[in-house]
Design a protein around this ligand. Structure first.
Ligand SMILES: CC(=O)N[C@H]1[C@@H](OP(=O)(O)OP(=O)(O)OC[C@H]2O[C@@H](n3ccc(=O)[nH]c3=O)[C@H](O)[C@@H]2O)O[C@H](CO)[C@@H](O)[C@@H]1O[C@H](C)C(=O)N[C@@H](C)C(=O)N[C@H](CCC(=O)O)C(=O)O
Ligand SMILES: Nc1ncnc2c1ncn2[C@@H]1O[C@H](COP(=O)(O)OP(=O)(O)OP(=O)(O)O)[C@@H](O)[C@H]1O
Length: 516
């Protein structure tokens, strides 16, 4: 991999990003980086984000060959400088060019939505693994999978990686022989132009509800919606859950750049989705059977183009929850559009397990414990509604907290979901408090709970102690829901990712301790 200055400048000019250059030489970059600590001889260095000039001085000392920035920095001295009007966009374009546009060698399914991205990505990944004999890369919030070797699978730090990391990882995946990629695209990725210039074969839009609005994320819901919709603008074929809020806005955004023939709409049979004049669904699914372990649904093509995909079938998924049927349908259609068959989906959807998503632990005498990543109004409400439907008689205990410094609206959302679904017992606890006091956060959640609707409410700030207290009092037929943290192995406290054993491990160890 390398990048010569001439094509780099041409690319920037073509996208109207180049402002001017300084001290330019005829250079060829042999690496690219936005982190001075990783700069080596010949690196093209990008000054982005909360950048400080001393990082540029360090990059220069370590052998940077040139830098790209939105302004000239004295710290760069006589280092060649490419000054652009949008650093993040420039970085994405030059990153793709440096790694030889690896996206062109992959069939890419990109997934967005407030909830269900990870689940849908895992469903699609499993289906396509069957189709391609395991030649699928996966970029998800949980894992990044670039190949089939042990070193090719690692934990993600962001849902959608920074552009240079994104194109680097695609390049590795291509070198590992991967032919397909399934990736989650967050709204922040569009806000920060991490995927600028990237076009997807299929873009799936699952749903949108207010979330990620706050100081470091989106200033307004309109901005959040706009960023999420960009996925459709950048996809050749769009798959949209017609039950999403703001459907009309979402659909017409897709239609602005994609022919209606390449837009596939799906919804649950009988769902209350009002489609604009003339629009009809391409797929419907109807639930036949659901329990706490799996669900079974029938998928039916309604339009001629949908029938061509030959995906009509009765499917079983191993991830329970009615909302996961919609996620599975999005995955089946998206995978079908890049070559998967109904048989591939049938062979795999019954065997998908996703860490921290509807994980179930059974006990001998203390009922059942569910660990789930539900951490906003929509997901908590749907989770509790589903679990309540499945466990008519037993008591429901919910253990949860809300994050500090971000997603402030979640506190009110939790209060609302708890009031609407009225569990018997709620233990308010700690969940990534950041620089806030977890007790204050818990009190704020409590202030949004309608106390006529919810049973007992307690505060236990030590999360492991809260989990243990919930399990202690649980009896057979009852359920405990450990919400919000999923598989997170840390608590974010005052700027430090403090190791945390995970909700599943704490629960499993405690069940073992008290029952053996
Ligand atoms: C607001 C935002 O997008 N922040 C991201 C951004 O930060 P940043 O550009 O300001 O970088 P920084 O870490 O503050 O450092 C500034 C620059 O100096 C460089 N540096 C730093 C130190 C040094 O010694 N030398 C040096 O060169 C850094 O490499 C960086 O380029 O770039 C960093 C990677 O380069 C990200 O880690 C960081 O994500 C933060 C941590 C984050 O949590 N972002 C969340 C909001 C996010 O993006 N979440 C979404 C999911 C949520 C959703 O669904 O929308 C996601 O996609 O994960
Ligand atoms: N389609 C859906 N609608 C509502 N809630 C859902 C849906 N799918 C999943 N959930 C809930 O949201 C939680 C997170 O699911 P998942 O990780 O698949 O979503 P995500 O979009 O990747 O989330 P995040 O952006 O928070 O990482 C699940 O544990 C479940 O409680």
């Amino acid at each position: 991999m390398e990048l010569h200055v001439t094509p780099a400048l041409t690319l920037l000019r073509e996208h109207h990003l180049l402002d001017h250059t300084k001290n330019l030489t005829d250079f060829t970059a042999t690496s690219v980086s936005y982190d001075s600590r990783k700069v080596t001889q010949g690196t093209l260095f990008f000054c982005k984000g909360n950048f400080r000039p001393e990082y540029l001085a360090m990059a220069k000392d370590q052998g940077a060959i040139a830098y790209v920035a939105e302004q000239e920095y004295p710290a760069g001295g006589d280092l060649p400088a490419i000054i652009v009007n949008n650093e993040q966009k420039a970085m994405a374009l030059l990153g793709a060019a440096f790694y030889g546009f690896p996206q062109n060698k992959l069939q890419i399914i990109a997934i967005t939505g407030t909830k269900g991205k990870t689940t849908t990505a895992y469903f699609a990944d499993h289906i396509l693994s069957q189709t391609t004999a395991k030649h699928v890369a996966l970029f998800s919030t949980l894992d990044r999978v670039l190949g089939n070797g042990p070193a090719d699978r690692f934990k993600s730090d962001l849902t959608t990686p920074e552009s240079l990391d994104l194109f680097h990882d695609m390049w590795v995946a291509v070198n590992n022989g991967m032919t397909h990629l399934v990736m989650e695209v967050s709204s922040q990725a569009y806000k920060k132009f991490r995927t600028f210039g990237l076009h997807f074969n299929v873009g799936a839009f699952l749903n949108i509800t207010p979330d990620h609005i706050g100081r470091n994320e989106h200033p307004t819901f309109a901005d959040y919606l706009h960023c999420k919709e960009q996925l459709l603008v950048n996809s050749q074929t769009c798959v949209i859950n017609a039950e999403t809020d703001h459907f009309t806005d979402v659909y017409y955004t897709a239609k602005a750049t994609t022919q209606p023939e390449d837009i596939y709409l799906f919804a649950r049979h009988g769902a209350d989705c009002t489609l604009p004049d003339g629009l009809t669904l391409d797929f419907e699914y109807r639930n036949d059977l659901e329990d706490l372990h799996e669900s079974e649904f029938e998928l039916t093509a309604c339009s001629a183009k949908a029938k061509q995909l030959q995906l009509d079938h009765r499917y079983i998924t191993s991830v329970p929850g009615d909302y996961n049927e919609g996620n599975a349908v999005a995955a089946i259609i998206s995978a079908g559009l890049v070559g998967a068959s109904a048989a591939d989906a049938l062979a795999t959807l019954g065997h998908v397990h996703i860490k921290g998503r509807m994980e179930m632990q059974r006990t001998k005498h203390h009922g059942t414990v569910y660990i789930d990543y539900a951490h906003n109004y929509a997901s908590l409400k749907r989770l509790l509604a589903f679990l309540k439907r499945q466990t008519d008689a037993g008591k429901v205990t919910v253990v949860l907290g809300a994050t500090g410094d971000k997603g402030i609206s979640r506190r009110q959302g939790f209060g609302k979901a708890l009031s609407e679904e009225h569990p018997d017992r709620v233990i308010l606890t700690t969940d990534d408090p950041g620089y806030e006091d977890p007790m204050d956060i818990a009190r704020e959640i409590n202030s949004h709970i309608d106390h006529n609707q919810v049973g007992k409410i307690e505060y236990i700030m030590d999360r492991p102690a809260a989990i243990k207290a919930a399990i202690d009092a649980n009896q057979n037929g009852d359920i405990v829901v450990l919400a919000g943290k999923g598989e997170d192995p840390y608590q974010k406290i005052k700027g430090v990712d403090t190791p945390y054993a995970t909700d599943s491990k704490i629960a499993a160890d405690y069940i073992q301790e008290i029952e053996n």
